[in-house]
Write a protein that binds this ligand. Structure first.
Ligand code: SF4
Ligand code: SF4
Length: 380
């Protein structure tokens, strides 16, 4: 029996533009699937994705759970005898998913090209300028440097970031729902005796994400493992600090405790913030160095990679500089840099579902679902 395949040529071009430019070089030797430390025994990846991509089989690729099981270590591309860069094809497919899964779709378009970067910057830049204009008329206040004089926590910053958080959560609920529906459509359905999704999710977080064990499995790229681990725990530390400060601030407002910012340098929460910031910087140095030194014959650095690295750098640098200028009593510089800090934090979190950082959610859900349906790497 023969099967007629109608290649989706437009989709092939989109994959090539999103980072899978060498996909046509593949001659199906399967070295990549054999070498991949995370590939399952049954229908392993990424060889099959290479042939689906060459044939423009969009339906197969957009519903493919395996693109999320790949941790982008690049080991397959290192060993590919044709320089077809299979790891980049899987990364390109994930980039296309970031662009298309969440709504509004226009944000996906803006996040996919450097041409739209000014728009992404101008939105928060204007928003926080309005806050500044409303609080002090765009002037630098006298006296002790307290950022909430210019950017009032209660009246502006908390409401803005609470709304951003609600927007991001609902966007992810919608896009994750679409992703799980697409897996089911592709035939990835849990059996009756499968563990529940939440149980699988808990196991994935405990066994894989907190330990980063899958990154460790990719032995040729330990620098990437270390960089990713440090960035991950840097974010965890900063999330704890932010949650603590927000809770304490509101507890103070309701008269439950006495709490004031800025905190003293030796306050444990402040120490955690600085340690997490340093972990983030060291992790960023690893990841940036790795991207700069990447062999162009083996890997492609996409705009999605550089947007995320660039924005995290901007958040960290402006965060530290705002603190340094405040301690040095350089009021104008401190307030301006803090303004830029707010703009970059907004760019990191408000656009999260369309950025590469969305893999934090999509990959975690896909790994949990893969565990639920029993799709495991060969040596798991
Ligand atoms: S991508 Fe490379 S290693 Fe994988 S099947 Fe194609 S030619 Fe072989
Ligand atoms: S990049 Fe690493 S995890 Fe992804 S397919 Fe290649 S070898 Fe496997």
């Amino acid at each position: 029996m023969s099967t007629r395949i109608e290649p989706n040529v437009q989709f092939i071009r989109e994959m090539q533009a999103a980072g899978g430019e060498s996909l046509k070089k593949c001659y199906q030797c399967a070295t990549c699937s054999v070498i991949c430390p995370l590939s399952p025994e049954e229908t392993p990846f990424p060889r099959k994705e290479m042939i689906w991509a060459q044939w423009g089989m969009k339906d197969k690729l957009v519903n493919d759970i395996d693109i999320w099981l790949c941790h982008n270590c690049g080991e397959c591309s290192d060993y590919c005898p044709r320089g077809a860069k299979p790891s980049d094809l899987l990364a390109a497919l994930r980039n296309m998913a970031y662009k298309s899964m969440a709504r509004p779709a226009i944000l996906g378009k803006w996040m996919s090209s450097i041409n739209y970067l000014p728009i992404l910057f101008v939105i928060p830049a204007i928003l926080f300028l309005i806050v500044w204009a409303a609080s002090t008329g765009l002037t630098i206040p006298d006296g002790e440097i307290v950022f909430s004089k210019v950017f009032p926590t209660l009246a502006a910053i908390d409401p803005i970031f609470i709304l951003v958080t609600i927007f991001v959560i609902f966007t992810f609920i919608y896009s994750v729902g679409r992703m799980l529906a697409s897996f089911k459509e592709a035939g990835f359905v849990p059996s009756e005796d499968s563990p529940g999704f939440l149980r699988s999710l808990g196991a994935v977080i405990k066994d894989q994400i907190l330990t980063h064990v899958k990154f460790k499995d990719c032995e040729t790229n330990q620098e990437r493992y270390l960089g990713h681990l440090l960035i991950f725990y840097g974010f965890v530390g900063l999330f704890i600090v932010t949650a603590f400060v927000a809770t304490a601030y509101w507890a103070d407002k309701f008269g439950i405790i006495d709490f004031a910012t800025p905190m003293a340098m030796w306050n444990p929460v402040k120490i955690l913030a600085n340690v997490a910031g340093i972990a983030l910087i060291v992790g960023l140095v690893y990841v940036t160095r790795m991207r700069i030194n990447a062999d162009p014959k083996k890997t492609v650095n996409s705009y999605y990679d550089w947007y995320l690295i660039g924005v995290i750098w901007a958040v960290v640098i402006t965060g530290f500089l705002a603190q340094i200028f405040r301690l040095a009593d350089a009021a104008a510089l401190a307030y301006i840099v803090y303004y830029l800090h707010l703009v970059t934090v907004f760019m990191l979190f408000a656009y999260l579902p369309w950025s590469k950082l969305a893999h934090l959610v999509y990959r975690t859900v896909a790994l949990a679902y893969a565990r639920q349906i029993g799709r495991k790497a060969l040596h798991d």
